[in-house]
Write a protein that binds this ligand. Sequence first.
Ligand code: GLY
Length: 387
Amino acid sequence: MHFDFVKETQRNKARAEWVEQMAEKLDAKMTFAVKKANEVDFMPYSTENGQWKETRIGWWTNGFWPATMWQMYLLTGKQLYRDEAVRTEAMLDEALRDFKNLSHDVGFMWLIHSGVRYALEKNQDSYDRTLFAAEVLAGRFNPNGFIRAWNGEGREGWAIIDCMMNLPILYWASEVTGDPRYRLIAMQHADTSIRNFVRDDGSCNHIVIFDANTGEFLDNPGGQGYESGSSWSRGQAWALYGFTLSYLHTGKQEYLDTAKRVAHYFISECMEDFVPRCDFRQPAEPDLKDNAAGNIAASGLLELSRVVPELEGRIYYEAAMRILQAQEATCADWTETTPAIFTKCTSAWHDIPGRHMQMNYGDFYFLEAIGKLRGEKRLAWYPNREE
Ligand code: GLY
């Protein structure tokens, strides 16, 4: 029998009350965040002096705001959130038209809101946007078995672990068109990632550089982590959740086993206070945290807990709850002095101004997890799944 974390949460009075309290707090905070978003003419992502801060429209995080709105709509049923999702979905068309400058992050940019809207409303524009984005990602596939991450001369052979979270848009495209090519590309990339990114102990490389002509492994620079061979916690979280999603979409056992291996490593590394460090192998000082890594991992752990037998599922569920509750207790700002919630998100270890900042996708994974705990089954990464 599989583990049912919704029932488990309902059985525990204190936890059930906490989840309901979070849903109320999220609604109040997000109502304020929408009001602040309507005062500016750009897509909300990070904050500065209590205001949303401008980013360029093609920036990889820009799907998270409309995706947050859909999750809030599912959580509350309030029209305000649907309207804001639809308004900002259209803003992203400018980035889609400039497709040559898009990276592999088109899953983050479209599946999680246009894909969700299409599942809910069956509108043609959202279908077209999501499928176009999937075509862009498929077009980045190198037949040596990996998806190219970023643009720019010299980066033809670069792949990054984050891409595991973009693969669901390819699974979606195969599902809606009946054409297996997208799924086959996603699976080849996932297979390559198991061999080249995930280490024996469950930790991961952030970047792997392949020879673009032969596929030979050339290097693994430190990327957004501390150094080559270290362990950038957000990269571990992308792997944990990403391999779980590849398992959900394909049923391939190796993806589940890999997700579990990464999960065990992640849990063992954050047991001290359940607020993950930016890099699990960073120096003791500064004590740099990343709430985004914590919330991504927690939401992924909940998903993982429901596809394994009961006793195993309980381990992942317990870890997810501890991360969510520890991060909320120590790093959440529910006031109206700023439109975002989590205060200790870190863009990259070596990006000094990007330390302990607010990033709206740190908030997104928290509210996604709260929605799951209240029984929401429609997953942004698998919008057509209802059960
Ligand atoms: N995908 C880039 C990051 O996680 O910062």
